[in-house]
Design a protein around this ligand. Sequence first.
Ligand code: VG1
Ligand code: CO
Length: 544
Amino acid sequence: MSEIVTVSTTPFEGQAPGTSGLRKKVKVFQQPNYAENFIQSVFDVVAPEPGAVLVIGGDGRFHNRTVIQEAIRMAAANGYGKVLVGKGGILSTPAASHVIRKYKASGGLVLSASHNPGGPDEDFGIKYNIANGGPAPESVTGAIHARTQEIDRWLTVSAEDIDLDTPGDVQVAGMTVSIIDPVADYADLMETLFDFDAIRAAVQGGFTMRFDAMSAVTGPYAHEILENRLGFAKGTVINGTPLEDFGGHHPDPNLIHAEPLYLAMMADDAPDIGAASDGDGDRNLIIGRGRFITPSDSLAMLAANIECAPGYKGRLAGIARSMPTSAAADRVAEALGVGCFETPTGWKFFGNLLDAGKVTICGEESAGTGSDHVREKDGLWAVLLWLNILAVRKISVDALAREHWAKYGRNYYARHDFEGVDKAGADALMEGLKAQLDTLPGKAFGPLTVAVADSFSYTDPVDQSVSANQGIRVLFEGGSRVVFRLSGTGTQGATLRVYLENYTGPDGDLDAQTADMLAPQIAAAEAIAGIEKHTGRTKPDVIT
Ligand code: VG1
Ligand code: CO
């Protein structure tokens, strides 16, 4: 083995992993030693056994290849025996999770800033996933952050960049690097979970879709699975070539950034289903002809119908959702008599529940849904489960939604994002909320009276670890609520998220406009938090 090179360094401030890894501007990552410090801190904390296997993949955004080449050399210097890299440096986040599990790797580096925009002036990110395929838990990310604050050297080997585009094995300073097909293993896994025959039959019978890959990582996966394996017409997948800057767009599958898809789906000649995924392929957007499905509803509807999918028949153990996600899934869990869990925001909190077999399906209001097939949320998986259910039940998205609400009632739901606001103002707003918690119960805001107000704290039922300060909840009498939290994925200023929910029972108005149903909660949120006073904003930048 060639000689290990030790490079001296000094710590950088602010290398704390957020909701999903370390995310910063590309310019920040391009500083000498910046990415290296973080990666070395990961390796120092996880201390790989000699010969351990590491997976490296990313969403293909600008700076991906540079960091992959450096990470390969550092892995060789830190004692890894083998690194698996997706061809072209590409692995969607769920595919990376699957590859880690399938090849029994010790962990993986997932290079992504997910739904954040990409390019030289935009965002980059690094996340470490553990051997179960999932994001490192807080105990690990905390240790990594601590390590970044005292790091004084990183290790590498002197080796040339390798060819990331030719499948096969190469040696780097005595370590094997395998360039693997990023799609094949993942696509094969999907075939084991879903009724591809039923979906193919529906397609043969005229069922149509449009899938917008948003010029991000899912393009190659969607072409292979939807067009090649399921027989959807060529052209079903749009924006299917990953671009380093996502074509200048935010690869965020919501009604703002995927508006063209939304408009197409509201037209009379819309296909049967429209779907989209985000930068790294772990989020999903589902829109039927004339019917948008909120992610919270999607989780509930998928759970209620999961028996249609062969991979899940008779084995739904429980459902988990993040705290700000609507309670629609809870009603399904109750009706089915399975466990129901409420976790903090971020997929890392589902890992223990999935590993322990307590839950089978999980979801977040931010367009993330997934199951125990991997340990990440999975955009295409959710799309395929929808297709499977629609094909087996021979029902439209709209009809399925109406049927669901008629049985369980409807959780009208929206999230208001105030992006890039002044950090000090956002902090003051949250402090102001905390200071009011004791006095809020019993107070009236228009037609609403506060029943309970608290700061959400989670005790993991598996390892008893406690995560406090996970958002402010204001629950009103009658079951509606407002939740406030600050984003942990942004790279500029602060983003305030206000989550609004109002439940209507099966006998109520199931066909109202969401904005009308949430008007009292929106007014109460402003009155309680003083959003305008603290942020200077009178309306949100993004409503999802
Ligand atoms: C957001 C979402 C959260 C999600 C996270 C990572 O976090 O709210 O539900 O898990 O992004 O998703 P935050 O802290 O900004 O609210 V992804 O697709 O960006 O990896
Ligand atoms: Co993502």
